[in-house]
Design a protein. Structure first.
Length: 160
C-alpha cells in the first residue's frame, strides 16, 4: 500500500473550518494579486489579515460614534479618565480626548508622575473609564508643543 496523497491532517483547534468566498472583477484581481505578491504573504494569509484589519477599523468607528452619539453639531466630547498600560511598565492614569470623529486618533495627558517616555510607540492598551472596549495603541508620540506632558496616540478598538 502506498502513502496517502494530499495534505496531512491538522488538529481541530488549528483548522480553518469556515470558508468565505467573493467574486472580483478581472481588473481588481490583477491589482489584488500584485499587492499580495509584493507583500510576500500567501493569498490566504493576506486575505485573512485584510479582513481582520477591516473588522478592527469597524470596531474603532463604532467606538468613536458611541462617544459622539448624543452630541450636538458644535459640541465635542469632554476628556475621559483613562488608564494606559504596557507590559512591564507601571500604569499611567490620565485624561483621554478624541481628535476626530473620523479616525482612531486622540490625546492622552497623564496626571501626576508618568513613565510614558519609556512606553513603546505601539502595543500599549488604553482603557477609558466607564467603557468596555480596550483601545490598542498603534502609534504614540509626545506632543512637543504642549506645556504639560501630552501624547498623541493612534488607536484601534479591540475585543476584550
Amino acid at each position: 500500500m502506498g502513502k496517502k496523497v494530499g495534505r496531512p491532517p491538522v488538529p481541530k483547534r488549528k483548522s480553518k473550518t469556515v470558508l468565505r468566498g467573493a467574486m472580483f472583477a478581472p481588473e481588481d484581481v490583477k491589482s489584488i494579486d500584485r499587492v499580495i505578491s509584493e507583500s510576500g504573504q500567501d493569498k490566504s494569509k493576506w486575505f485573512r489579515a485584510a479582513v481582520r484589519e477591516k473588522v478592527e477599523r469597524h470596531k474603532t468607528k463604532q467606538f468613536i460614534q458611541s462617544l459622539c452619539q448624543d452630541l450636538k453639531q458644535d459640541e465635542w466630547p469632554d476628556p475621559f479618565e483613562a488608564t494606559l498600560t504596557a507590559d512591564g511598565l507601571p500604569p499611567s492614569i490620565g485624561q483621554f480626548s478624541l481628535d476626530s470623529k473620523l479616525g482612531g486618533q486622540g490625546h492622552f495627558r497623564p496626571i501626576g508622575a508618568s513613565s510614558l517616555d519609556k512606553y513603546p510607540s505601539r502595543g500599549a492598551t488604553l482603557k477609558v473609564s466607564g467603557r468596555t472596549e480596550r483601545l490598542l495603541v498603534t502609534n504614540m508620540h509626545r506632543c512637543p508643543t504642549s506645556s504639560r506632558p501630552a501624547y498623541h496616540i493612534w488607536f484601534e478598538a479591540v475585543e476584550n
